[in-house]
Design a protein around this ligand. Structure first.
Ligand code: C2E
Ligand code: MG
Ligand code: MG
Length: 547
């Protein structure tokens, strides 16, 4: 009967063939049938049998049952759909878990990539590009809130020497430790990052120049305790350049550029930190073109040597000179060695330059000797030359070529020798010492010193830095530093010279303190060879004449 798939009731029996109809009439009694047809399936049917109270089912009964069947069909279809859905849901959930896992792996990789592109891998500090971003955000905020913002660029002093002499591993570890010390100094709102090499930058929201200077002082102070890397102890100083929004620049690049310029000023003045000064910055583009001119100047021997007397405070004898390089530049006039010596060092030209200075110094010495005057000549020798294993042999060949006695040569070296690999430098120094060359530690008190190394190096003189000597009359601390340097040198059995003596009272004070030698404008300003010859004629200091 279901195969007809339509509602059935007694009245439809007429449509059946006589045999079938008979069977229904006798066996099934009164009956209605309604098929249930779903959207995609034949679901079965509903049957009504033996109507209560007897009698036949009517068309109306059939309609009622059809309605009911319709609803049951929907219910069944829903149930089927629900089951199918829950099956798919199950697979979907499995997919989802897998997807979730893939997603989290992707996020981790992304995070790693982001870290790689935004953080410095050595120190884990933000790198240049993240710093730039943060600076831009901070600037945006500062503009909106009309507040200030300071940018500090910190560059380690003599880092290249640490790298060259103690090796890159030590250099790397030093950078990591410096980064840790800097991070410990800052507030949560500040950002410290590494720009590359030995250069760091610090962003300080809500800071004016004064606060920035204070923080720069803190950063420098935190470097003061010795670093200990694999058992080697040494100290490292830094120079900090400061630029403040809005007065030193309105955008990120300008502020960074100006902080960088200030950092160079800090390096040059050796004051530790410097705030950007627009007037000084005008000289900066010149810096670049000067580097270009330097090479040419070296080839053309455009440099000159000036001489400044060194006198013995006890005997009144003018016993030697310091040779100070000068660069008379065709367009710029006299360029200060404070400008071009660092450039020579950066470009590696300092080595041939130093040999030229030694040659010129020795020639001058020979000339004085010819006229019966015995003066020592002190040459400033950069650490780059002392680390050059060929340097002693080159000096020997100069000494052999020129008609001078070796004992007239003094080399002024700075305290950076204490930073350098001891064995390497001390073997070069000993080799040179063996040639009769004396050593003086220049600018003593401004850099890194190690007493134990000082004792082991063949040094015959400490030169108290002019920054202490110049103010020692008025500044008690400076006077104490000079006096301590004198005592220290004497305890080590070596002489002391004070540079930067500008007046008679400083000279007397030094004499009373027991200082051995002096040098400075009060005695004479650095003079060209010709002018110095005139000075020697007229000076009241005793000239060591012989022969
Ligand atoms: P330095 O070796 O410490 O030289 C002393 C500096 O102090 C010289 O500056 C000298 O002119 C200056 N000075 C001397 N007496 C006085 C004084 O009474 N008052 C003041 N205010 N200054 C005084 P200069 O000639 O400008 O040289 C600066 C630095 O440049 C030198 O400092 C030295 O580190 C470097 N330098 C100069 N010539 C050479 C060179 O041939 N080779 C190397 N490697 N460095 C050199
Ligand atoms: Mg010197
Ligand atoms: Mg000096």
């Amino acid at each position: 009967m279901w195969r007809h798939k339509r509602a059935w009731w007694r009245g439809v029996l007429d449509e059946l063939d006589p045999v079938e109809r008979n069977r229904w009439e006798t066996e099934a009694g009164t009956l209605i049938l309604v098929p249930m047809i779903g959207k995609s399936h034949f679901l079965g049917g509903l049957a009504g049998v033996n109507k209560i109270g007897g009698g036949d089912f009517t068309q109306q009964d059939l309609n009622l049952l059809s309605l009911f069947a319709g609803q049951v069909s929907i219910a069944i279809e829903n149930a089927i759909a629900f089951e199918e859905l829950s099956k798919t849901k199950h697979t979907a959930e499995a997919y989802q878990t897998e997807l979730r896992q893939l997603n989290s792996e992707l996020t981790a990789i992304n995070r790693e990539l982001e870290h790689l592109s935004l953080y410095d891998q050595l120190t884990q500090l933000p790198n240049r590009s993240l710093l730039h971003d943060r600076l831009q955000q901070a600037l945006f905020l500062a503009q909106r809130e009309e507040s200030r913002l300071a940018v500090l660029i910190v560059d380690l002093d003599h880092f290249k020497e640490v790298n060259d002499t103690l090796g890159h591993d030590v250099g790397d570890q030093l950078l990591v430790q410096v980064a840790e010390r800097f991070s410990g100094q800052l507030r949560e709102t500040d950002t410290v990052g590494r720009l590359g090499g030995d250069e760091f930058a610090v962003l300080i929201p809500n800071a004016d120049a004064e606060l920035a200077c204070h923080l720069a002082g803190n950063l420098l102070a935190v470097l003061e305790p010795d670093f200990d890397i694999d058992g080697t102890r040494f100290s490292v100083a830094a120079s900090v350049g400061i630029a403040v929004f809005p007065q030193h620049g309105m955008d990120a690049s300008t502020l960074m550029k100006h902080a960088d310029i200030a950092m160079y000023t800090a390096k040059r003045t050796r004051f530790g930190y410097a705030v950007y000064d627009a007037a000084e910055a005008v000289a900066q583009p010149e810096r670049l073109s000067l580097v270009g001119d330097l090479r040419q100047a070296l080839v053309n021997r455009e440099f000159d040597l000036y001489f400044q007397a060194k006198v013995d405070l006890r005997s009144g004898m003018l016993h030697g000179v310091e040779a100070l390089a000068r660069w008379p530049h065709a367009k710029r006039g006299m360029v200060s060695p404070d400008h071009f010596i660092p450039m020579l060092e950066q470009t590696g030209l300092i080595r041939p330059f130093t040999l030229w200075v030694i040659e010129r110094g020795l020639l001058q010495c020979a000339r004085w000797e010819e006229s019966g005057i015995h003066l020592t000549v002190a040459i400033n020798v950069s650490i780059h030359s002392l680390l050059d294993p060929q340097f002693p042999a080159q000096v020997v060949s100069l000494l052999q070529r020129l008609p001078t006695s070796q004992s007239c040569l003094v080399m002024e070296i700075t305290e950076s020798v204490f930073l350098s690999e001891h064995a390497k430098v001390s073997s070069v120094l000993n080799e040179l010492r063996g040639l009769g060359i004396a050593f003086s530690i220049d600018d003593f008190g401004t850099g890194h010193s190690s007493l134990s190394r000082l004792k082991k190096l063949p040094v015959s003189e400490l030169k108290s830095d002019r920054s202490f000597v110049m103010d020692m009359e008025t500044d008690r601390d400076d006077a104490i530093i000079v006096k301590s340097t004198i005592d220290l040198a004497h305890n080590l059995g070596i002489a002391v010279i004070a540079e930067g003596v500008e007046n008679a009272s400083t000279l007397n004070m030094l004499r009373e303190m027991g200082c051995d030698h002096a040098q400075g404008y009060y005695i004479n300003r650095p003079l060209s060879a010709d002018d110095f010859a005139g000075y020697l004629q007229n000076t009241e200091w005793t000239i060591p004449r012989g022969k």
